[in-house]
Write a protein that binds this ligand. Structure first.
Ligand code: PMP
Length: 452
């Protein structure tokens, strides 16, 4: 490693600490690693350390870093047209919208583009409120929907409350418990029981809140940040049926689960259910240029045929981002990324992680599908006590910090949230790299087994 490169890294760090205000952090308590570059499933720092990215950053680089076809499409578009207001028609914007509509279920034929996931949630909720003339929106306690005001209010992740003494939440958000058999709120012992009781609980919540006041239920198809929670068979169809019964819209949040992550184009494809609105972002272009959006059904679009939709964003349908969506969908088709992610889940991640759960006393449960997995780490398999509590800080958080350090020391970058280690590499990671990362995880788990 040359001294020049090390000096460049030191300058990156100095500028960051002097002027960058970071997300989700106490500003004085962090030490962000300066990153020099990335390619495929790897990124590297200025000191010559290479990391296998088992986090896909924030679970967004579904097609890996610097995919040449996506980079080329952005470069080509930059040479043609970098920006044009959303009020104009534009070639790549129309193509991206058509391609997304084609892979969405039912008659979800229209796309409203945003700059990311939280704005997609904000606009899905506004569309639902304006369409129904109702204000409340129901979401699950275990969820993450973004950190803008409506999105954070809907988020059920306990992080949301950590610093909320000043009341950052907006009105109209009502929470309920979704199904989660391993930590069941319904004292269920089978998936069928959990499904039935969770649906009963949702229906009671709807009745207590008053169906005529509820615009929508929003739900991550597979709950992501809050634990990779797979809905039991029949649950999402049951939610659809309850929404239909009470005239409530069903918003599927596919910001994390969509675009190959679950081994399907959209996670909802696994269950054959058609929501009224779908939000997307992250994997749609791996985040190379910020973009997200809402996929909208015919009946909701009809509401705004003669009536103005009172919302918009300067960069809605940004040409560089839309060109990268077109290139991403084409690349995923050509390279069979969906099939590869599904295969990895069935043949590599599923069997290997379940085998680790047998070997390691700290691994309470393994959940997931495709390239979307979580280990629920515990102090005791019997009591299922979480290895670290929600919002753990300082000494309480030590076990998970030690696990992260043990993985990084083995060249694998982890995604950790509370007591969970998520295995969420790029969906096109090679089998060899997937097995390499899993071997590092297997070794690293020894540092938390001592707490179990
Ligand atoms: N919804 C879900 C399901 C998410 O996982 C996220 C981001 N983790 C968001 C919404 C918010 O997306 P963004 O960070 O792009 O605003």
């Amino acid at each position: 490693m040359t001294d020049d490169l090390k000096a460049a890294g030191a300058q990156v760090f100095a500028d960051d600490r002097a002027h960058v205000f970071h997300s989700w952090s106490a500003q004085g308590a962090i030490s962000p690693l300066p990153i020099a570059g990335a390619e495929g499933s790897y990124f590297w720092d200025y000191d010559g350390n290479r990391y296998l990215d088992f986090s896909s950053q924030l679970v967004n680089t579904n097609i890996g870093h610097q995919h040449p076809k996506v980079v080329a499409a952005i470069q080509e578009q930059a040479g043609k047209l970098c920006t044009i207001a959303p009020s104009f028609a534009n070639d790549v914007r129309g193509q991206a919208a058509r391609m997304i509509a084609e892979l969405a279920p039912g008659d979800l034929n229209y796309v409203f583009f945003t700059n990311g996931g939280a704005e997609a949630v904000e606009n899905a909720v506004r569309l639902a409120r304006l369409h129904t003339g109702r204000s409340k929106v129901l979401s699950t306690y275990r969820s993450y929907h973004g950190s803008t005001s409506t999105a954070i209010s809907l988020t059920g992740d306990p992080r949301r409350w950590a610093n909320d003494a000043v009341g950052q939440s907006t009105g109209g958000a009502v929470h309920f418990f979704g199904p989660h058999l391993y930590r069941s709120h319904f004292h269920a012992t089978t998936e069928a029981e959990e499904c039935e009781r969770a649906l009963q609980h949702l229906e009671e919540t709807i009745q207590y809140e008053g169906p005529a006041t509820i615009a929508a239920v929003i739900m991550e198809t597979i709950v992501g940040t809050a634990g990779v929670l797979m809905p039991p068979p029949g649950y999402l169809a049951g939610v659809r049926a309850l929404c239909d019964k009470y005239g409530i819209l069903y918003i599927a949040d596919e910001v994390m689960a969509g675009f190959a992550r679950s081994g399907a184009w959209l996670a909802i494809d696994h269950w054959g259910v058609t929501p009224d609105l779908i939000t997307f972002a992250k994997g749609s272009n791996s985040g190379y240029v910020p973009i997200g959006g809402v996929i909208i059904s015919e009946k909701i679009r009809e509401t705004f045929k003669d009536r103005v939709y009172p919302g918009g964003l300067t960069y809605s349908g940004h040409p560089l981002a839309c060109a990268s969506i077109v290139a991403t969908i084409n690349a995923m088709r050509e390279e069979k990324t969906i099939e590869h992610a599904a295969w990895l889940g069935e043949e590599v991640f599923g069997p290997e992680l379940r085998a680790m759960a047998e070997r390691h006393p700290s691994v309470g449960e393994v959940r997931g599908v495709g390239a979307f997995w979580a280990l629920d780490l515990v102090r005791s398999k019997e009591t299922r006590e979480m290895l670290v509590p929600y919002n753990a800080a300082g000494a309480d958080a030590a076990p998970m910090n030690e696990l992260a350090a043990a993985m990084k020391a083995r060249g694998v970058w982890p995604f950790i949230n509370f007591n969970r280690l998520h295995v969420v590499p790029p969906c096109n990671i090679s089998e060899a790299d997937a097995r390499k990362g899993l071997a590092a995880l297997d070794e690293a788990l020894a540092v938390v087994d001592v707490y179990a």
